[in-house]
Design a protein. Structure first.
Length: 239
């Protein structure tokens, strides 16, 4: 794909070429037809981006890294992306189909998942400590438990930010304590699509460079003493 773009293809063209190659494995079909990528200019003025995708099965795509990563997520996790898009359709239908000044809790949560979320499947003590933002327990005392954890990034904006890693970069994490029913790897992210749960915004912040093995400096416990990044849970939430 990078060779196509280097040769002058637009991001939409490169993604469509990759999609065509992928069809040998399995097609990606949305409610209104096979998935395709189109130039951003095809999105009509005044129509919500998500509504256009649901109506046409076409993803408006600009020539930048953000939209390239978004397209790659469509190719890699099509059920997840289609589910998020269907969720937006549900939310828009609740609002009469009109795009208003307020997006609403569900659309906001779906956007957070799409742009900046990660899924963490980990032993329950690790999840509990993370929910309490007990960083020393999460990353120092319970550090060996990370060997049993799996962290899956799904937000394409999060991936874009990590192209220039900075300590404060945080993911909005959805926790899945172990033991759980073991889902096939290709199905795991679909667990993020509980709309009723997402509407309650159950996200937990995770500074991703703190994850063991993700950044050399975090081998020292002092890395986690930075309270501007590893912030305690607000007192109002600890009562």
């Amino acid at each position: 794909m990078s060779a196509d773009i280097a040769a002058g293809a637009t991001v939409a063209e490169a993604l469509n070429a990759a999609l065509k190659k992928r069809l040998a494995e399995a097609s990606i079909v949305l409610p209104k037809g096979p998935l395709r990528f189109v130039p951003q200019a095809e999105l009509p003025e005044g129509e919500a981006y998500e509504a256009f995708i649901y109506r046409t099965a076409a993803v408006p795509t600009r020539d930048n890294l953000h939209d390239l990563l978004n397209g790659l997520m469509w190719l890699h996790w099509p059920l997840l992306k289609a589910g998020l898009n269907a969720g937006h359709s549900v939310a828009l239908a609740r609002m009469g189909g009109a795009v208003g000044p307020v997006r609403g809790a569900l659309r906001d949560a779906l956007t957070v998942v799409d742009e900046n979320a990660a899924l963490l499947r980990a032993p329950a003590p690790l999840c509990d400590a993370l929910a309490r933002r007990d960083w020393q327990t999460v990353f120092v005392s319970l550090r060996p438990l990370w060997a049993q954890a799996r962290l899956q990034l799904i937000g394409h904006a999060l991936m874009e930010k990590l192209q220039q890693p900075r300590k404060p970069i945080c993911a909005h994490v959805l926790l899945q304590p172990l033991p759980t029913e073991q889902l096939p790897a290709e199905d795991w992210p679909d667990a993020a699509l509980d709309l009723a749960l997402l509407e309650r915004k159950p996200f937990v912040p995770l500074p991703v460079l703190g994850v063991p093995g993700w950044w050399p400096a975090n081998q020292s416990p002092e890395f986690y003493a930075d309270t501007q990044v590893f912030r305690p849970l607000p007192s109002a939430q600890t009562r």
